[in-house]
Ligand binder design. Structure first.
Ligand code: EPU
Length: 429
């Protein structure tokens, strides 16, 4: 087990290249199950969630091979509807996409309830509502979801909650169902468009992605194809925040600036100079930062996944800013750790109130979920002295080569093995 050490106070400069989108990757890989021949996906991020899902595809008989530049070839010809009640499915949230994809392909699936970051309750009732509307019988037997259907038939499904996962999962189950499926109140995230693009390249008939009504005309079979993943807007946003917090001039390369409008708007409101071109952003925090208020919303609103890193940045801003996460109100595990580093933060009702500016001080802190980890790394860059961060398995689930990328910008960040005593302390904390 390792910890990350960040020596604070360095100024970031230079260029960082953004990897493929984690939250696309984790749906594109299971989507390949639906094809009858080889699917090739280019530019996947080198993160542990991708490794875990690749392993799950192999467990059900998929032939998974890797080429250069993070390209994966998945041959689903010998896949079977193998039950996956335990094991790797518990390691991440997105294993729930095996439900939609295996149901769509085999009319049956057994998948353990997913794991992933603790962000408060994360029900999957809308996924199940969709599968049932398509004609599946869904039961929960000792923590595993059993899905069975004689035949899937298209249906009109209204989502009570706008959900990324439910929208994608229902698309996966519906693309081969008989007849027409309409998903109303669908989520509009770019990752949903990316998954629909892959499915369309495989021969699916999908209209309306990117709006809140998605129409799917079922087709009897899907074939292999080649697909290039979109860049990770959350990784890009994380580096944009790091640049605003500790940078002089940082170029963020391989981005789709339109995917980042809400976050760039908030950074500009704080006083950060930003230039955007087709595939790059230049972040230059020229002025003292001003506090802003943030409310997380579904896309294209401010993303919940950047709320925690943004909270860190706000400790540097003048006056008081209020951050409200309307998607995951309990996504607050970074707060106590930031307080350990001298941040002045109050939690009142459902909101986080950050007062600044405060000079953060290095400390020993624990990442207890993926984006809390990113928030603490940024805090380490801003802090006086040394910050030691444990819980790196969370960070490794979603950020490719974070240490190397930050060092290439002039940060001083490294990883060290933890002593036995430190591991015991970490496990008990
Ligand atoms: N919800 C329900 N019922 C459902 C599904 C969702 O009540 O059946 C609620 C959730 O509790 C939440 C809201 O709806 O309050 C939105 O949840 P959503 O389903 O959109 O989230 P998700 O699909 O489980 C994905 C990302 C998350 C990201 C959220 C919101 C993946 C694998 N995960 O989760 O990413 O925070 O959308 O944008 O795509 C991360 O990358 O750090 C991360 C947690």
């Amino acid at each position: 087990m390792q910890k990350m050490i960040v020596e604070g106070g360095r100024t970031l400069n230079g260029k960082v290249r953004i990897s493929g989108a984690k939250n696309s990757a984790v749906a594109l890989l299971p989507a390949a199950i639906l094809a009858d021949s080889q699917v090739t996906i280019e530019g996947l991020p080198n993160i542990s969630d991708v490794d875990t899902l690749g392993g799950l595809l192999e467990e059900i008989g998929g032939d998974v091979s890797w080429g250069p530049d993070q390209t994966v070839h998945i041959n689903p010809a010998n896949m079977i509807s193998m039950p996956l009640p335990n094991g790797k499915v518990k390691k991440l949230r997105a294993s729930y996409y095996f439900m939609g994809a295996m149901l769509g392909k085999f009319n049956k699936a057994v998948i353990g309830l997913p794991g992933g970051c603790f962000l408060g309750p994360r029900p999957i009732d809308q996924h199940i509502k969709g599968f049932e509307a398509l004609g599946a019988e869904v039961t929960n037997e000792q923590g595993a979801i059993y899905l069975r259907a004689n035949e899937l038939r298209g249906a009109r499904i209204y989502l009570d909650v706008v959900s990324v996962g439910a929208t994608i999962n229902i698309m996966l189950a519906a693309v081969k169902a008989k007849g027409k499926t309409i998903i109303e109140n669908a989520a509009k995230e770019p990752e949903i468009i990316d998954v629909a693009t892959l499915l369309t390249n495989m021969g699916a008939k999908i209209k309306g992605v990117g709006t809140d009504v998605i129409r799917i005309e079922g087709v009897p079979s899907l074939h292999g194809c080649r697909h290039t993943i979109i860049p990770d807007r959350i990784e890009a946003g994380t580096y944009a925040i790091a640049a605003a917090a500790a940078g002089n001039e940082v170029v963020i390369d391989n981005v789709i600036p339109q995917h980042l409008e809400s976050i760039l708007a908030k950074l500009r409101e704080m006083g950060v100079t930003i230039e955007d071109s087709d595939e790059q952003l230049l972040i230059a925090p020229r002025n003292p930062l001003k506090s802003v208020d943030i409310k997380t919303l579904v896309y294209p609103g401010f993303p919940t996944d950047l709320q925690q890193p943004f909270t860190t940045l706000m400790t540097k801003a003048h006056n008081t800013g209020i951050i409200t996460d309307t998607i995951y109100s309990a996504r607050l595990k970074h707060i106590d750790e930031l307080r350990r580093m001298n941040a002045i933060i109050k939690v009142e009702g459902g909101s986080v109130i950050v007062s600044g500016p405060t000079q953060l001080e290095g400390a020993r802190v624990k990442a207890s979920d993926l984006r809390a980890g990113a928030a603490l790394v940024i805090a380490g860059l801003m802090a006086n002295g040394i910050t030691e961060i444990t819980g790196l398995d969370h960070i490794d689930r979603g950020y490719e080569n974070m240490t190397e990328k930050l060092n290439s910008l002039g940060a001083k960040v490294w990883r060290e093995d933890m002593s036995e005593e430190e591991i015991i302390q970490y496990q008990n904390s």
